[in-house]
Design a protein around this ligand. Structure first.
Ligand SMILES: [Mn+2]
Length: 347
């Protein structure tokens, strides 16, 4: 099989996962804080597959709310949002036989749920594509040479076809969406296996144009104007650092009725400038400044985030948080940190 050559999935691990699913009564599927397309694509895709293959349903839970433009995917209205359905979510986690964690490498990414998940007696499965996964799961599918957790899930489910589980249409739509959003529409982290996945899903008749419209062309007017303002007035370019930094403060959020996910993708925009190799979006949040980083050069934003901004991620896409620095001072603070970091690694 061509797919086996492109993305190796250990068939024994798939077999173990399959028998765990067969024997488990209560199944919970968990995504990460600030759920994105990959996260929602993974959990809804997994849920649809479990329903069709095992005739049982999984309870999907995310720590906090997710953007409206992801709500076209299968069964998103049944996803529990921990921040507002706490007792229901805690009940599901503490009584689960099996917990499937998707698209995150550390339990801290589940925010308030981390300790309950860690303490639960349920068997745990991790499906993820970030480096250095935390060791908390009984079965681990961890692969960094892949576009997205959705793509990794695709290859796991393809391998499970041999055990008799077919992949339903909704799963194909969800996983395609996850892959498409995490690659920024086939721009970053695209591997030969990614095109193969896209081709197989296209062949199955999934409506790629519709997915494209839902994700790329469904901005609210406010979101579009916010993007314009950010580029015009809130972006600073540091030519000597080959860097650009955008700051999204609360006043600007209020001006454009900011909703979850409205700034999704903004951090990629400065990378369109020729000599900008590194981009940061700093967003004022509740009690901290959220940091999103992208690189198109040699700078490892994963390392930068781990060292300076209480976070991490991939080499070219990472995130973190800055505490105890006001939004007025954060530009200076960030610039200093970046200079120090770049100085250390050029020395
Ligand atoms: Mn992802």
């Amino acid at each position: 099989m061509l797919s086996d050559r492109v993305m190796k999935i250990d068939s024994k691990t798939v077999g173990d996962f399959y028998s765990l699913l067969s024997s488990s009564g209560k199944i919970v599927i968990i995504g990460h804080h600030n759920p994105d397309g990959d996260c929602i694509g993974c959990i809804t895709g997994m849920e649809a597959w479990i329903e069709s293959s095992f005739g049982k349903s999984g309870t999907m839970i995310v720590p906090d709310n997710f953007p409206d433009y992801l709500k076209f995917m299968y069964s998103t209205d049944s996803i529990l949002v921990y921040s507002r359905q706490k007792s229901q979510a805690e009940e599901a986690i503490s009584t689960a036989d099996l917990i499937i964690c998707m698209d995150f490498s550390a339990l801290s990414r589940t925010e308030g749920m981390a300790d309950i998940i860690r303490g639960s007696k349920a068997k745990k499965v991790l499906i993820d594509h970030h480096p250095s996964p935390e060791q908390f799961a009984d079965i681990v599918f961890s692969e960094t040479e892949v576009s997205s957790a959705a793509e990794l899930t695709w290859w796991i489910l393809k391998a499970a076809e041999e055990l008799g589980a077919q992949i339903p249409f909704q799963t194909k739509t969800s996983l395609y969406t996850g892959m498409m959003t995490d690659t920024n529409n086939f721009c970053n982290s695209v591997f030969p296996s990614t095109f193969l996945m896209a081709s197989q899903i296209a062949e199955a008749g999934v409506d790629r144009e519709k997915i494209q419209m839902e994700i790329m062309n469904s901005f609210s007017e406010d979101r579009m104007r916010l993007m314009g303002l950010m580029l015009k007035e809130k972006m600073t370019v540091y030519p000597d650092l080959k860097a650009a930094v955008m700051i999204l403060d609360q006043a600007t959020k209020d001006l454009y009725n900011y909703c979850d996910g409205d700034s999704e993708g903004f951090v990629n925009l400065p990378l369109k400038i020729k000599n900008v190799e590194f981009s940061a979006l700093l967003t004022q949040s509740n009690g901290y400044i959220k940091v999103s980083l992208r690189s198109k050069g040699a700078v490892s934003v994963n390392r930068l985030c781990r060292m300076y901004f209480n976070g991490g991620g991939h080499e070219r896409a990472a995130g973190g948080r800055i505490y105890d620095v006001s939004v007025e001072e954060v530009a200076d603070y960030f610039e200093k940190s970046l200079r120090q970091f770049l100085g250390e690694f050029s020395a």
